[in-house]
Design a protein around this ligand. Structure first.
Ligand code: GLN
Ligand code: ZN
Length: 753
């Protein structure tokens, strides 16, 4: 082994997997056809890796939905509610639900935008190798072998699997998923023995959980698990892969003392790995798989530096294998498909296929001890001196807004809103007609004038509907946006978008993150025309709608040649200018969405204060230029605020709307206890389902919220934007929302609204 990667995209260069899967769900193709498509995509993947000259090729990195779900199926961790189903019916019911069976939960894979299906385990869970010799890693290993390609099967490691799982509902309070470790190791042992029996020389066990903070108990469990696996008499050689950060010294010491043959470390997201490795005395007699090519961002590697890192490692370990830092699942497949990118930007990029070539090139340079790549170095990022000078001169001036009490009073005067003011989070249903006209406009099939007219008609309809419903703060409905990040990326300098740069987000849902490559600047207003048009149609306040700096970063590929904090400031400056323009045009309420605030939270506690500091500073920079009378809102899409309550308070938005319906308003009290004193809009109904909530149910939610917050600070809104909903249920739900708000308002203020 000299070069390898930890995993490769499985979606196909033209999203073949998505189309086949959705055809299967719609009944257009049968299970055999879907399986055949999977086999074809796997074969293409392996062959292209072999042809690229990669020595050690991973297998079992393909999945019809998600590798963690595959692991649950492998070890038969199937909750009872799916047991009456079989095959794909069971598999996809676990992933996305079926008639009368809700799906398993889904959540983000570490700090990426990939979502995995959360295993649901309880004291009654009995692991076993569900399919015996037909288990997926065995089948895929043999399949590659039949093509003449020797592979290294990849499994989610047992420790990470259990730590990513959650206790099933009804499990006793003291149950911990880690309690199930011994039973799980039995199954892993069987898989390893069978893989050895089929001829596999190596197996990769992914343990990314080791780059987050771990308790002594967890480290002890980890040690026990790998001691057992290491002692198996007939097994493949074991490679334990970590990625997304720096491994803990305690965990690395365990690996050093174990019989595991190879360890993978990420030297891109975890540059401190070199120090940790030195601090434990290296890994004598072991192979180090060195992740020196960035597996989750799109920049071309500095091959000379990658080679130097590997060379520096040689003294600490027995052998160094060149690799990408994590699975290439997180980047688009092939830069060659992008024909309309600016050459200056393109020259700086590498997608999965190009990254494999980089790994191979660094491996060759290392082995033959020749200088790495003589290619000209990548073109530099574009510099905007105007933006840089302005940021410098702004300094402390944009560090926050004035006294919150004064703001509250000024806004009451200015806006005259009632207690329990009603509003929505921004988007209204995106009907097929809206999507069609947007697509037609992009493709040049309709003129700009016709497009603008259609959008304005839609805005007028949405405003009229909200007037009719009796909402207090209106929105324009966002018909012109297909995506809250891409919409702004397309209008900002410093950003590029791709044609085929798809990355799996979950299941058959793929995204094309824009690429933030240079200094960000706003050449012209981005939202003012739509917002002022909407405001011209009503005397009620219309809320301007922007995407915040952290969310712009989280859902893009971001330049890595300067700290994220600096890039966040550039985005914030563009937003600050946009907000000034909105305010000058008569928009009195402006919402800056930050649904990704929690996502960028560093995996380790130690990194969090610095992150929160720059995230908050960027929000302040964006929003602090307005008068006290202008009301700033923000919105977040989740309710587990434990780790970020302090940050939400520090953002100091006048009003924060959050998801709350599913947790029955609990977080209103949490926010109060965390010292948050501004306006709060706990979502009073769940917009993720078409179900129409009754007015009574919303009323009850409001009364519950009022136990923790006074009526003047309580806002009434749905959980999130309405763009994925249809009009009939949206209208009915909002009507009930307004009815409920009016009832409670009449009660608490003695005035009916
Ligand atoms: N304003 C956006 C919308 O309503 C917010 C979406 C989000 O938070 N994800 O669609
Ligand atoms: Zn949301």
């Amino acid at each position: 082994m000299n070069t390898t990667i930890l995993g490769y995209p499985r979606i196909g260069p033209r999203r073949e997997l998505k189309f086949a899967t959705e055809d299967f769900w719609a009944g257009r193709i049968d299970a055999d056809a879907l399986k055949a498509k999977g086999a074809e995509l796997r074969a293409d993947g392996w062959t292209s890796l072999r042809d690229a000259g990669l020595d050690a090729i991973p297998s079992n990195t393909f999945s019809f939905y998600d590798q963690v779900l595959d692991t649950s199926v492998l070890v038969d961790a199937v909750p009872d509610r799916y047991r009456h189903l079989t095959g794909f019916d069971r598999y996809f019911a676990m992933a996305r639900g079926a008639q009368d069976v809700p799906p398993l939960e889904m959540t983000k894979w570490f700090d990426t935008n990939y979502h995995y299906i959360v295993p649901e385990l309880g004291p009654g869970t009995r692991f076993r190798l569900a399919d015996g010799s037909a288990a997926k890693p065995l089948v895929e290993y043999r399949e590659a072998k039949a093509l003449g390609i020797e592979t290294r099967p990849v499994l989610v490691g047992p420790l990470s699997y259990l730590l990513l799982a959650k206790p099933a509902e009804g499990a006793p309070g003291d149950f911990r998923t880690l309690d199930l470790l011994d039973g799980l190791i039995d199954v892993y042992a069987e898989v390893l023995e069978r893989l050895a029996g089929s001829g596999a020389g190596w197996v990769q066990l992914d343990e990314p959980a080791l780059v987050a903070d771990r308790s002594d108990e967890e480290i002890a469990a980890f040690a026990r698990a790998y001691a057992r696996l290491g002692r198996l008499t007939s097994r493949p050689r074991l490679m334990v892969a970590t990625y997304f950060g720096t491994i803990g010294a305690d965990a690395l010491r365990v690996l050093a003392g174990s019989r595991v043959e190879a360890v993978g470390l990420d030297f891109v997201a975890g540059p401190d790995n070199l120090d940790v490795l030195a601090s434990v005395g290296g890994l004598p007699r072991k192979t180090l798989v060195a992740g020196v090519v960035d597996g989750r961002n799109v920049w071309r590697a500095d091959q000379g530096r990658a080679k130097a890192t590997c060379a520096a490692l040689l003294g600490l370990v027995d052998q160094v294998v060149v690799s990408a830092s994590c699975s290439l699942l997180h980047v688009p497949i092939d830069l060659d498909a992008e024909t309309s990118l600016d050459p200056g930007v393109r020259g700086r990029l590498a997608f999965a296929r190009q990254k494999v070539a980089e790994v191979v090139a660094v491996g060759r340079a290392l082995r033959e001890d020749v200088p790495a790549s003589v290619e000209a170095s990548a073109p530099p990022a574009g510099v905007d001196h105007g933006v840089r000078a302005r940021l410098e001169s702004l300094g402390e001036a944009a560090a926050g807004r004035g006294d919150r009490g004064a703001r509250f009073a000024a806004q009451q005067d200015e806006l005259g809103l009632p207690a329990l003011a009603t509003t929505t989070v921004g988007s209204f249903p995106q009907t097929p007609e809206i999507r069609r006209i947007r697509a037609d406009y992009r493709a040049g099939r309709v003129t700009a004038d016709a497009y603008t007219r259609a959008m304005k008609d839609e805005i007028a309809r949405v405003i009229a509907l909200q007037e009719d419903l009796g909402l207090d703060v209106l929105v324009h409905g966002e018909p012109e946006r297909n995506d809250m990040v891409q919409y702004f990326a397309e209008q900002l300098d410093g950003y590029a978008t791709t044609q085929y740069g798809w990355v799996q987000s979950y299941g058959s849902r793929y995204v094309r993150p824009p690429i933030l490559h240079s200094d960000v600047a706003r050449p012209r207003p981005m939202t003012v025309e739509w917002a002022t048009y909407a405001q011209s149609l009503t005397s009620k306040p219309v809320k301007g709608m922007l995407t915040g700096p952290v969310t712009m970063l989280a859902w893009s590929f971001v330049r890595d040649d300067q700290p994220l904090a600096d890039t966040a400031r550039q985005l914030a400056l563009a937003l600050r200018d946009e907000i000034a323009d909105l305010e000058a045009a008569g928009i009195r309420v402006i919402q800056v969405d930050e649904p990704a605030l929690r996502e960028l939270l560093p995996l380790r506690e130690a990194g969090r204060p610095a992150y929160m500091e720059w995230a908050v500073a960027a929000f302040h920079l964006a929003t602090s230029g307005v008068a006290d009378t202008t009301q700033i809102h923000t919105h977040m899409c989740y309710s587990e605020f434990g780790e970020i309550i302090g940050t939400i308070r520090a953002l100091d938005a006048d009003v924060t709307s959050v998801e709350a319906a599913r947790s029955h308003m609990e977080l209103v009290a949490d926010l109060r206890d965390g010292g948050y004193e501004n306006g709060i809009g706990p979502g009073v109904y769940d917009i993720h389902s078409p179900r129409v909530p009754g007015a009574d149910e919303i009323e009850e939610n409001l009364r519950r919220a009022l136990r923790a917050v006074e009526p003047g600070r309580l806002w009434v809104n749905p959980d999130c934007g309405l763009k994925t909903r249809a009009y009939p249920e949206t209208e009915a739900s909002l009507r009930n929302l307004v009815t409920a708000a009016r009832r409670v308002r009449a009660d608490v203020t003695g005035v009916s609204g």
